[in-house]
Design a protein around this ligand. Structure first.
Ligand code: B1M
Length: 212
């Protein structure tokens, strides 16, 4: 296993070149992509979040770290494929209204795609009406919602309500996730499933559709 300190430091500094070199080094050392994420990239973003919360890092640093992580994730992307490319079902995924965080959502989408799901990614700041419109247009099996801000979590039940009003709720399964979201919240708002990370999102999606 690689030493991920240098990768973490590079992400924190927003040093894309070094971060890509370190990611490539881990790939060359045959590290598992999940390890690079769990031990290198995600701890760096958590540290950035702590620095932001303490007032020692600001939005431009968060943005730079996010961009650096995204570039590294692109490099890891081919390693996420499970091999079976027959579609296991269609997942429509977006970050809810008012929320611009998309790294977690993109990771979830990427892992689901790697596991054989067809992905319709409708981006960030997606209003309940847009979810409804896109569900009508693309007819997914699962609707995935991501929220990273406690202030945007209420857009999840709003979206579920809009799907109910449009008569679409019974045809789909709903999965939610994001750092402030919990299993308890999922039960409370009557979502069908909650996943704490991208790996478990794949397992939960398979469970929802009754596939192994
Ligand atoms: Co923001 N931000 N941010 N930010 N940001 C957080 C979330 C925060 C916790 C930082 C902090 O204070 N410690 C805090 C939220 C506090 C709260 O409400 N609880 C915060 C804040 C306050 C803000 C702003 C309000 C700051 C400001 O402007 N004053 C602002 C809001 C903008 C907006 O959205 N309207 C803001 C802006 C930004 C940037 C744009 C600068 C940037 C985002 C860039 C981007 O995404 N393209 C950013 C970043 C980078 C962060 C932190 C540092 C990192 C987030 C991240 O990418 N994590 C974050 C601190 C932190 O999370 N520790 C923070 C890595 C990612 C892989 O994890 O997204 O949790 P995560 O996804 C995981 C799981 O949650 C799960 O799987 C993923 C992979 O394992 N998951 C799902 C996610 N979605 C899922 C969906 C599923 C299932 C699982 O099913 C569908």
């Amino acid at each position: 296993m690689s030493d991920y300190k240098a990768l973490q430091e590079a992400v924190l500094k927003g040093d894309i070149k070094t971060a890509l070199e370190q990611t490539q080094k881990a790939i060359d050392a045959k590290d598992v992509a999940r390890d690079v994420l769990d031990n290198g990239l995600i701890p760096a973003m958590d540290e950035m979040g702590d620095r932001f919360a303490k007032g020692v890092a600001f939005v431009p640093q968060m943005l730079r770290a996010a961009k650096t992580m995204q570039e590294c994730v692109k490099l890891l992307q081919p390693l996420f494929a499970e091999g079976d490319i027959t579609s296991k079902g269609k997942v429509l995924i977006g970050t809810v209204k008012g929320d611009l965080h998309d790294i977690g959502k993109n990771l979830v989408a990427m892992m689901l795609e790697g596991a054989g799901f067809t992905i319709v990614d409708i981006g960030v700041d997606v209003s309940p009406d847009k979810f409804v419109e896109k569900v009508k247009e693309t007819n997914p099996d699962i609707v995935g919602m991501s929220a990273l801000l406690s202030t945007t979590m209420p857009a999840m039940p709003e979206t579920i309500e809009a799907l109910k009003t449009a008569g679409l709720r019974d045809n789909i399964k709903i999965m939610i996730g994001g750092a402030p979201v919990t299993e308890k919240y999922a039960t409370q708002i009557e979502a069908d499933s909650y996943a704490s990370d991208a790996g478990s999102a794949v397992a939960k999606a398979k469970e929802l559709l009754g596939i192994s």
